[in-house]
Unconditional design. Structure first.
Length: 117
């Protein structure tokens, strides 16, 4: 009985945590630059809180080995779903783009994509 209770409690905690945090996705999931070292990356964020008080201005994009040439800004494409399109240039042999934000209720939500030649 005790094991069953722990299992149910663990599943509840796992599903609650994954549902409450914002979810960041990259399209494509691995970025390969063209012969000029450039590529286009789409970032999508799904806000999981119904009453989220944080705006897209609170989202941070960190780059290593990558330079952002153009940033479309965050555009709401569906209810609670925002997208940002970046035109990038690889400045080293490989790089990463990390997108994150810190929620006062549920900590840091983040995702990272690798950029390669």
């Amino acid at each position: 009985m005790f094991k069953k209770t722990i299992l149910i409690f663990s599943l509840f905690i796992f599903t609650t945590v994954s549902v409450l945090a914002c979810k960041f996705t990259f399209i494509p999931s691995t970025v390969k630059v063209n012969s000029n070292g450039k590529a286009t990356v789409k970032i999508s964020v799904t806000c999981e809180h119904r009453t989220c008080q944080m705006g897209c201005k609170d989202i941070t994009i960190d780059c290593k080995g990558v330079k952002i040439l153009k940033n479309s800004g965050w555009i709401e494409t569906e209810k609670k779903i925002f997208q940002n399109t970046l035109e990038i240039q690889l400045t080293e042999t490989s790089g990463t783009i990390r997108v994150w934000r810190e929620c006062s209720k549920h900590g840091i939500s983040e995702n990272t994509v690798k950029v390669v030649k």
